[in-house]
Design a protein around this ligand. Sequence first.
Ligand code: AMP
Ligand code: ZN
Length: 112
Amino acid sequence: MNDCIFCKIIAGDIPSKKIYEDELCFAFYDINPLAPMHFLVVPKKHLASAAEVGEEDALLVGHIYAVIAKLAAELGFAEGFRVVTNVGALAGQTVHHLHFHVLAGRELGAFN
Ligand code: AMP
Ligand code: ZN
């Protein structure tokens, strides 16, 4: 997608604070952190949201969760963190490229 900000970050056309990259995914710090630790993990494949995930993406999504677990251990917050993916305007999705927020470093509270 030419006009997708996260595709541009993956391509290096927009700068980001990169944490991790492999052939399938890319992780970088959120520009507007909502917790002391807040980064995003995105697939390199452009999917608009979790609503577009199909069976063919099972390995990709599983891989992203394995990367999140690895980064949680390496960055020292494996004992407590939250993974969130917003879908659609009702859920507050503002960037339409599938992304997993990873939040840690403070009491995160219950969902309502
Ligand atoms: P969502 O509201 O779930 O779509 O989340 C989009 C997230 O992307 C927000 O938390 C933004 O702060 C973050 N974001 C938007 N642009 C950038 C950027 N250029 N670099 C890093 N994070 C960004
Ligand atoms: Zn994209």
